[in-house]
Design a protein around this ligand. Sequence first.
Ligand code: TGC
Ligand code: FAD
Length: 395
Amino acid sequence: MATTTKPAALDPRDFLAIDALLDDDERAIRDTVRRFVRERVVPEVGEWFEQGILPRELAKELAQLGLFGMHLEGYGLPGASSVMYGLTCMELEAGDAGIRSLVSVQGSLAMYAIWRWGTEEQKQRWLPPMHEGDAIGCFGLTEPDAGSDPGAMRTSARRDGSDWVLNGAKMWITNGSIADVAVVWARTDEGHINGFLVERGMPGFEAPEMHHKISLRASVTSELLLKDVRVPEESRFPEVSSLRGPLSCLSEARYGIVWGSVGAGRACFESALDYAKERIVFGKPIAGYQLTQQKLAEMALEVNRGTLVALHLGRKKDEGTLRPEHVSMGQMGNVRGALEVARTARTILGGNGITLEYPVIRHMNNLESVFTYEGTDDIHTLILGQAITGLSAFN
Ligand code: TGC
Ligand code: FAD
């Protein structure tokens, strides 16, 4: 039986006309990053993922677009709005979560930590070259035995004259092996949490790359090994004495994930929609079957809902009313939604859904990392539980 087709009255790629909620500057940065991702990332990222590499020169290209620390002000940084930064994360992750991670860790974790907690000298020394992509940063919080509970960290900082001596190990550190400067969080003899800037090549400091990942393969993930690493007092963040230091940085990076995850989901939805309209099974496009339409409708719902949540949180961040618990709700809901979209998209592609010829399984695998880092889904659930009940389930 022939399928009757009607012209789509609504744009399936912007069903709720969310584009109209953006201003010209926001659309301009979104379109610039989208073009870069389509031209530079999409054609090659499947290969990078397969090989488990991220070309180092990509960092310089992202810097030329002004994306590193784009939402920070002063020190030659662009001072873009939170919504502009969010849209950037969305477009980057529509390419690959590994590219968004590179930008997130550089701008929202390493640069933000220095910008928020560093001394004037530390800011002047590191922020301009990090913005230019001439220096790469990483953020070392997680340890082999302290992930969800960073308060259990064992990395130690012992005062020795005018220096500090660091010992310990960090694990799962994005950008670690390519970083020129590592923000390392450690516990002092007095039990305080302090942040230190550890530079590549310092005696006793190594950053071996971690291999055998089947998620976030187009991203460098490393250990940080510190054996009697001597750093001067000038490399310490003077104002940090508790977990508030590192956790304040996490809020920044989690905000980027709220947007980025929707980008990954959107890419999967668009891939599945294109495929469903062309793939003929039992004599007609699978898009014409009710089961497929239900899948596509639910995917469109998640992508539109996630985009609206991200935009709402972005507007709140720009007006100064965003709270960490809002970000946890955004990350939890949007990452769950994106993972569901990716898994559903994979079914629509049938056997082709498991190959890197299409972006879907790459995003699906990446989203397993996104579901885990910057606080697992469980941790965000418990942060919300605490905010709603006033009772902490952590301790
Ligand atoms: P708790 O007692 O609740 O808090 C300790 C201090 O921190 C303050 N605080 C925050 N400040 C700013 N932003 C936030 N989101 C904050 N959350 C808490 C809090 O007010 C307190 O301040 P003060 O002044 O009283 O000292 O701490 P807790 O030990 O009970 O832990 C709470 C918990 C479990 C929520 C927290 O530890 C947590 O979030 N765990 C998850 C760890 C995590 O997300 N790790 C991420 C590592 S980085 C990463 O994954 C990068 S991936 C990047 C990529 O590649 O894209
Ligand atoms: P665990 O904390 O051991 O958790 C194991 C399981 O227990 C999880 O399911 C968790 O949800 C659950 N759980 C924990 N607490 C509770 C509870 N109270 N109740 C019930 N269940 C609970 N870290 C950095 O510092 N810097 C980085 O740049 C960085 N990049 C990363 C990149 C990748 C690709 C990955 C995978 C991780 C990265 N991480 C980074 C680490 C990441 O933040 C941690 O993996 C994450 O916080 C979880 O810690 P964990 O792996 O030790 O799991």
